[in-house]
Design a binder for this molecule. Structure first.
Ligand code: PFF
Length: 557
């Protein structure tokens, strides 16, 4: 399948995924990332084995329904000529407020990209350091000749800590890694849907799964390598993840705490890349005859496998065995602490740790790239079809806010406050709001019957009607209860209250960045909406406001 330069709704040529495997790997590529290999294990050890209960409940009650609805809405919009979330929502919800929803759905992936690419660069930096045998923990950190732990290296490198200094150690090297990651993402995105995203995911995804399996075999055959603590072995490590009781009598009481449900739901959103405007964009490149139900379920299941069976089974037993339960729980659920301090400490102790350290961070890097390109595609599709820019122009424009974002994150690296603030407002608050909005649009604007028909089109498996109840009733209800309880807890919290801390230095910078993205993208969505209406009035494109009542034309062969 050729890759066409224009994705404008007025243009005769549309882009499509080349193969079914290609689209499954691309969507799974977006989903499988740092969330699977670092965020999930960090969350699971924070709460203990009981975490798996709300995690699986959230996957079934909210994860799968939103996945199905996003694929159905995406293909529905794609068949009517739109690939970006603002375009798709302009037909699914042709009412005032659509520009804000469009802007919101562009802001989230672009904003997340700003810090994700920075972490991607750490993965690359760590992989290279292991490859060349110069990962601190085994070598001298500075000229003083002091042997530093891997954890200390991380603190120095990103300038983490109260008196953090930007790039205290290895500054130029890290900066080069950031520049490389920035460049590789832009190059892939400019190469386009088929020659960029699909091509990369087709080889990177199988490769990363293979590498993960190798590391998994290593971890599962560790036995009890710490002579001083024979009770810390693979089996007890696995028990740490899978036993819900954690040895306590009233273990189930934890389930009464809204926090664990919120954490599990957030993890499902972030990990599956849902509630972000990314899947609707990817699904819009499907054809009418493609099987949305099967492909979406396959991609979601693939993500679950990478998360639970690879990420969880590698990281949790490994850190448990080498660091012990107390230290592991002391990580406090920190994704970055787990990935970049605890794990390198594990590889420093593990037999052949240098090789496995390299393999692990290399697979993390691949997983991060397949995710970060998916954060750029919605913005590219929007600038192409909304403002009629060419792909490389669109990529150039997107490079500006993302560059500003990554510079802010790097500049305010002390305690990573900007990163943390942007992450909170986009990847937690922003996703919940958008996921809720999307569910309401699916239920009330598109309508459950039409939504189910969109899901069934081209499907080789029967989709029972209760799926409509799951998407239209159960998922929004579940989400509302969790979100409102969580919001209440957040607003009334006396400690660590995000709503009170907004005016403080770097927090304000991070929040200001998020706000600027929202205003900018909403404005651009508004401009695009006006253009589409003008084009429709001139008879150049079908009227987006009529899309819900008229059938689209046949796909081009
Ligand atoms: N799903 C990705 C992960 O688990 O790391 C993260 C992600 C992908 C976030 C795409 C946002 C996004 F737009």
């Amino acid at each position: 399948m050729t890759d066409h330069n224009s994705a404008s709704p007025a243009a005769p040529h549309r882009q499509y995924w080349a193969t079914r495997l290609g689209v499954i790997l691309a969507v799974a590529g977006s989903a499988v990332g740092l969330g699977n290999f670092v965020r999930f294990p960090a969350q699971a050890v924070e709460y203990g084995g009981i975490f798996m209960i709300p995690y699986f409940v959230a996957f079934i009650l909210i994860g799968l329904p939103i996945v199905w609805s996003e694929w159905a809405m995406g293909r529905f919009g794609g068949m009517r000529g739109f690939n970006s979330a603002p375009g798709i929502f302009s037909i699914l919800y042709p009412r005032p407020g659509k520009s804000l929803i469009g802007g919101w759905s562009l802001m989230i992936p672009v904003g997340i990209y700003s810090y994700y690419v920075f972490i991607e660069a750490w993965c690359l930096a760590y992989a290279l350091k292991y490859l060349f045998g110069v990962m601190p923990g085994t070598v001298a950190l500075d000229e003083g000749g002091e042997t530093a732990s891997a954890a200390a290296y991380f603190l120095h490198m990103v300038g983490y800590g109260e008196n953090g200094q930007v790039f205290g150690v290895d500054g130029a090297f890290l900066l080069a890694c950031v520049a490389f990651c920035f460049a590789i993402n832009l190059v892939l995105i400019i190469r386009g849907l088929n020659r960029g995203i699909e091509w990369f995911c087709r080889w990177a995804m199988p490769l990363l799964v293979l590498v993960a399996l190798i590391v998994l075999v290593r971890v599962l055959t560790l036995g009890s390598p710490v002579a001083a603590a024979p009770e810390r072995n693979v089996l007890t490590g696995l028990g740490f993840m899978w036993n819900p009781d954690g040895g306590e009598e009233h273990w189930w009481r934890q389930l009464l705490n809204a926090q664990i449900w919120m954490a599990a739901t957030s993890q499902i959103f972030f990990s599956l890349s849902i509630g972000l405007g990314v899947i609707v964009c990817y699904a819009s490149y499907l054809r009418r005859r493609d099987d949305v139900a099967l492909s979406s379920t396959a991609a979601a299941a693939g993500n679950g496998f990478c998360e639970v069976a690879l990420g969880g089974l590698i990281v949790i037993p490994a850190i448990f065995i080498f660091l012990g339960a107390d230290q592991v729980q002391g990580l406090g659920g920190s994704t970055l602490g787990t990935g970049f301090m605890a794990l390198p400490s594990v590889f420093a102790e593990m037999p052949a740790g240098r090789v496995f350290g390299f393999l692990f961070f290399f697979l993390l890097f691949l997983a991060a790239v397949t995710s970060s390109i998916s954060m750029l595609q919605p913005g590219i599709a929007f600038l192409e079809e909304g403002l009629h820019l060419r792909r490389f122009q669109a990529a150039g424009i997107l490079a500006v806010p993302t560059l500003i974002g990554v510079l802010l994150v790097m500049w305010y690296s002390a305690n990573l406050v900007v990163l943390d603030t942007v992450d909170f407002w986009l990847a937690t608050f922003g996703i919940f709001m958008l996921a809720m909005t999307q569910l309401l649009i699916f239920t009330f604007s598109l309508g459950i019957r039409r939504g189910l028909a969109a899901l069934r089109e081209g499907s080789q498996v029967g989709i029972p009607s209760w799926v409509g109840v799951l998407i239209g009733v159960v998922a929004p209800l579940y989400l509302s209860v969790i979100f409102i309880t969580w919001l209440y807890q957040q607003i009334t919290a006396t400690e660590g209250n995000r709503f009170h801390a907004l005016a403080q230095g770097p927090v304000l910078v991070g929040f200001g960045f998020v706000l600027a993205l929202l205003i900018g993208f909403t404005l651009l969505s508004w401009i695009a909406n006006r253009r589409w209406r003008a084009q429709a009035a001139a008879g150049l494109i079908p009227d987006p406001r009529m899309a819900l009542v008229s059938e689209p034309e046949e796909d081009a062969p």
